[in-house]
Design a protein around this ligand. Structure first.
Ligand code: 5GP
Ligand code: MN
Ligand code: MN
Length: 329
C-alpha cells in the first residue's frame, strides 16, 4: 500500500506544480542517477516545474557530470521554497539532508525512495527496500507503476546508479533481478562499455598519484575484528591539495583497501575539516559495519557503512576498533 500511496502522491501534483527532488550530501552514482532518472520520468509525465538538488557544496563529481537530466540540477540555495511535492533519493537519515531537512518537514507531501537498512523512517510515504541493490531499483519500480516507459536517457541514469552501488555487479545484492533490470536498461540502447569507461575509468593522473600515496600508508591489524583483521588508511585535506584533487576522488579509495585478503574490515578516514573526518567502513561478513556506523552517529548497510568522526585520525580509528567486537556476526 506504500506503492499505491506513492503513486497517489505523485498524481496529486499537477503538471504546473513545483516538484523538488533531493538526494544525499556528497552525492554518489546512485543518489544522482536515481534522482535524475526519476526526474526525467516525471518530465515524460508532463511535469514542467522540476528541480533536483543536494545539500552542501554544489559539486557534481566528474564521472556523473554528463548524466542525462543534469539540466534539472540546481544548487541547494535555488531549491523551490515551498514545493507541492518532495521526492527524496538514497537518503538513510535526515542528517544526510543538511539544510534541506527543513524543506522536507514543511512540505505538504513527501515520498522517500531508499534502500538503507538503517533508514530512520522519515517522510510521509516511505518506499524503503533494504533488499534492493540500489535506490534506482526502487525508482524504476515506481516509474513502472506510474506508467513511464524506460527510454535511453532514463536508462542511462538508472544504469549508472545500479552499476555504482553494486560495485559493477559484484556485491552480495547482485541478484538475478538486478541483472534482469540491467538487461532491460541495456535493451533501450545504452552502451555499458562507454558508460563504464566514463564513470569508472576516467580519473585524472593526480587522483591516481594521490591514491598511491594514501594506499602506501595503509596499516594492517591482523588481530582486530575477532582475529579476522582490519586494514585502514587515511587522507588529509593537505593530501588533496598537494595533488590538486577535489574530495570526491577519494570516494572510491575504499575499493583497493577492501580488496586486501588479510582483513575482513576495511576503513578509510577522509578529512573533511580540521578535526572532522568522513569514515568509510566495509566488511566481508565478520562484522556488521552498519552497527558500528550507527553507534558513531552514521549509517549504511551491513557490509558498507559510514559516519562522521571527530578528533585525530588515531582517535577515529580507535573508535572503530573498539566497536568491532560488539558487532561481530
Ligand atoms: P561510503 O563509504 O561509500 O561513503 O558510504 C557507504 C554507505 O554508508 C552508504 O550506503 C552511505 O549511505 C552510508 N554512509 C556513509 N557515510 C554516512 C554518514 O555519515 N551517515 C549515514 N547515515 N550514512 C552514511
Ligand atoms: Mn548513496
Ligand atoms: Mn544507494
Amino acid at each position: 500500500e506504500q506503492w499505491a500511496a506513492a503513486v497517489a502522491a505523485v498524481r496529486s501534483a499537477g503538471p504546473d506544480d513545483e516538484v523538488q527532488l533531493i538526494c544525499h550530501v556528497n552525492p554518489d552514482g546512485d543518489a544522482l542517477g536515481s534522482m535524475l532518472g526519476f526526474g526525467l520520468g516525471l518530465r515524460r509525465l508532463g511535469f514542467t516545474r522540476l528541480r533536483a538538488t543536494f545539500p552542501g557544496e554544489f559539486v557534481v563529481p566528474d564521472p556523473y557530470a554528463a548524466l542525462p537530466g543534469s539540466d534539472l540540477l540546481v544548487p541547494e540555495a535555488e531549491a523551490f521554497d515551498d514545493p507541492r511535492l518532495i521526492l527524496v533519493f538514497d537518503v538513510a537519515s535526515e542528517s544526510r539532508l543538511g539544510g534541506l531537512a527543513g524543506l522536507l518537514t514543511a512540505a505538504p507531501c513527501s515520498v522517500v525512495l531508499d534502500h538503507h537498512a538503517s533508514n530512520t523512517g522519515f517522510g510521509m510515504v516511505r518506499l524503503v527496500d533494504p533488499r534492493a541493490a540500489a535506490t534506482s531499483v526502487v525508482a524504476e519500480q515506481l516509474l513502472a507503476r506510474l506508467g513511464v516507459p524506460l527510454d535511453q536517457e532514463i536508462a542511462e541514469c538508472l544504469y549508472v546508479a545500479l552499476a555504482t552501488d553494486t560495485g559493477s555487479f559484484k556485491f552480495d545484492m547482485t541478484t538475478a533481478a538486478v541483472h534482469e533490470l540491467a538487461a532491460r536498461l541495456i535493451a533501450t540502447g545504452i552502451r555499458p562499455g562507454e558508460i563504464s569507461r566514463r564513470v569508472f575509468d576516467s580519473r585524472p593522473f593526480g587522483a591516481m598519484k594521490l591514491t598511491g600515496e594514501v594506499l602506501g600508508r595503509a596499516v594492517l591489524e591482523p588481530g582486530a575484528a575477532g582475529g579476522r583483521g582490519m586494514v585502514w588508511t587515511y587522507a588529509t585535506l593537505a593530501d588533496l591539495e598537494r595533488h590538486a584533487q577535489p574530495p570526491y576522488v577519494l570516494d572510491t579509495l575504499i575499493d583497493p583497501v577492501r580488496s586486501v585478503a588479510d582483513a575482513d574490515v576495511s576503513v578509510v578516514v577522509k578529512q573533511v575539516a580540521a578535526g572532522e573526518w568522513s569514515v568509510s567502513l566495509r566488511s566481508k561478513g565478520a562484522v556488521d559495519v552498519s552497527g558500528v556506523a550507527v553507534a558513531q552517529g552514521g549509517g549504511g548497510h551491513r557490509l558498507a557503512a559510514g559516519f562522521t568522526g571527530y578528533g585525530e585520525v588515531g582517535e577515529v580509528v580507535d573508535g572503530v576498533r573498539r566497536l568491532l567486537d560488539a558487532f561481530l556476526n
